[in-house]
Write a protein that binds this ligand. Structure first.
Ligand SMILES: Nc1nc2c(c(=O)[nH]1)N[C@H]1C(S)=C(S)[C@@H](COP(=O)(O)O)O[C@H]1N2
Ligand SMILES: [Mo]
Length: 515
């Protein structure tokens, strides 16, 4: 093995690791999603990542955060396997040890997931064994041994090893991709979702008047198309919960514990509401905010059957994948009509937005209210229970702050001189937006605040679009700043605050160039 080319050894390690992961993925198809070591490891990494790093990942990578994580995990595996193989000797099989260590970690991650048992580690054990066998074979020198007769065609032996290694690497990769795809297909609830027809709405939302959308400027659509709706969650693979399987347990400080099956929901009134969701991690000017029409049942009606104890002040909601949110009882029972939503923009909830049922609570950031793949509501108290993000240092209460954003012009964009219309959105869910003001500073100067024109207000639970007409004259860099006033008369604060612990504040300001 000492005779192997230096540059080939790391690749032998990477190829062996690819086989280990690939075989694990492929065998896991026979066991189900709980046996998928890749998802288990990724989820464990997410769970063990310190809160500030998670926050940084969300604000830096936004909705690509999970892709970045997967690439990172694969890169770490590749680097360790390469280093181990490079260091491997007959006496110290470092490369094999690295693969075995990875396998042990994989098994531990699988066992740490809810609903997984010891048999679910079998794919990882089999994959690890294959990885070690492949590594031992590639590094054994059998492919380069001088004792073996040289091939007639004269292909040199180092090259033969490289080709075999490449072949093994590709085979491992193909097995992994095929395994992941097959697993996904086997668990998918997309057929269940397609077969679901939303119940007839009994309390429809007020129709959305055309005047909510200011004409003549390319602003976000008042109702966000479902495909464009922001998505944030800690789920590395989207939980697949069928209607048949779904149950909602209500327990804790209640008179009667209740468990609703999906079909039991039919006895409640079907309500439709337009509600703008916002993520606490949305930076000033960010796009983690969207607006949709939700169909569902009043959470209040479901809770009433259980009977809430008067000293309960929090509902701890739990998702199928273990995420939790702590919501004030009041926000789930008052006139804002918090929903157990089953539909989004007239269709069953998309899987990634919580199929078959999630919470939608006007006025609160998603992290304290909008639990997707909801399976459990526990009536408790803020001084007794802590939810997912609160444990990581976020505030236990998360009312949405009054904020506004400039969508047109784009930061750094060019604006031709002459008349132009700028615009954006403003929000203060649960209070509503009363006014928006804009200031445009010319090069080297400061402009005056002037009122923006508001699109028609729909409700206090939804964002409001705004525009301002302007005459571009002086060439050069201008700064545009926006601030909103909510229906309590409070003006959006200029004080800059980070998203942690309870939502960003400050005025959104961008620079554009008049040409
Ligand atoms: N199960 C689960 N539900 C969750 C989360 C999560 O991580 N897991 N994230 C919450 C957060 S932080 C937000 S902002 C909203 C986002 O909902 P959306 O993805 O439908 O836009 O979902 C909430 N519900
Ligand atoms: Mo969020």
């Amino acid at each position: 093995m000492a005779g192997l080319p230096r540059t080939t050894r790391p690749w032998c390690g990477i190829a062996a690791a690819a086989v280990a992961v690939g075989v694990t993925e492929l065998v896991a198809v026979l066991f189900g999603p709980q046996a998928d070591a890749r998802t288990a490891v990724g989820s464990a990494v997410i769970d063990e990542t310190p809160g500030p790093v998670k926050e940084w990942a969300i604000t830096t990578f936004g909705m690509a955060d999970k892709l970045v994580l997967s690439v990172l995990v694969l890169a770490v595996i590749a680097v360790l396997a390469a280093a181990g193989a490079a260091l491997q000797t007959r006496r110290f099989p470092v490369g094999s040890a690295v693969i075995v260590a990875g396998g042990v970690l994989g098994c531990a991650a699988v066992l740490s997931r809810s609903g997984a048992g010891v048999p679910d580690t079998i794919p990882t054990v089999v994959g690890t064994a294959c990885g070690v066998a492949v590594l031992q074979f590639l590094l054994s020198g059998r492919l380069t041994d001088a004792a073996e007769p040289a091939p007639e065609d004269g292909v040199d032996r180092g090259r033969r090893l490289s080709l075999v290694t490449l072949g093994v690497l590709v085979a491992g990769g193909v097995a992994g991709v095929a395994g992941a795809a097959l697993s996904r297909r086997a668990a998918s609830v997309s057929a269940d979702r397609t077969a679901f027809a939303l119940p007839r709405v009994q309390v429809p939302a007020r129709p959305v008047p055309a005047a909510v959308q200011p004409p003549g400027v390319a602003l976000p659509s008042f109702i966000t198309p479902t495909a464009d709706f922001y998505r944030i969650d800690t789920a590395l693979s989207v939980p697949q919960v069928s209607r048949e399987e779904w149950q909602l347990r209500i327990h804790g400080m209640v008179d009667r514990e209740m468990t609703y099956r999906f079909a039991d929901l039919e006895r409640f009134e079907v309500v439709e509401k337009v509600v703008t969701l916002t993520c606490v991690s949305n930076p000033v000017g960010g796009d983690l905010i969207s607006n949709a029409t939700w169909t569902g049942y009043r959470v209040r009606d479901l809770l009433a059957e259980a009977g809430i104890h008067p000293d309960a002040d929090m509902v701890l909601s739990t998702s199928r994948d273990g995420f939790t949110a702590g919501t004030p009882v009041e926000a789930l029972t008052d006139a804002r009509d918090a929903l157990l939503a089953i539909g989004m923009n007239g269709e069953p909830l998309p899987t990634e937005h919580g199929y078959p049922a999630r919470l939608v609570v006007p006025g609160l950031y998603g992290y304290v209210s909008a639990t997707k793949w909801l399976v459990d509501l526990e009536l408790t108290r803020f001084d007794r229970a802590q939810a997912y993000w609160t444990k990581l240092g976020w505030s236990e209460r998360g009312p949405i702050k009054t904020e506004s954003r400039i969508d047109v012009p784009r930061s750094g964009g060019d604006v031709a001189s002459g008349p132009v219309t700028f615009g954006g959105v403003a929000w203060a869910q649960d209070r509503g937006v009363r006014a928006v003001e804009v200031r445009i500073d010319p090069p080297g100067g400061q402009g005056d605040w002037r009122p923006a024109t508001l699109g028609a207000g729909y409700s206090n639970d939804t964002w409001r679009l705004w525009t301002v007409d302007w005459e571009a004259r002086d060439r050069g860099l201008h700064t545009i700043t926006v601030r909103a006033t909510d229906n309590t008369g409070a003006v959006q604060t200029a004080d800059r605050a980070d998203p942690v612990p309870d939502g960003a504040t400050g005025w959104h300001s961008i620079v554009f160039n008049v040409t």
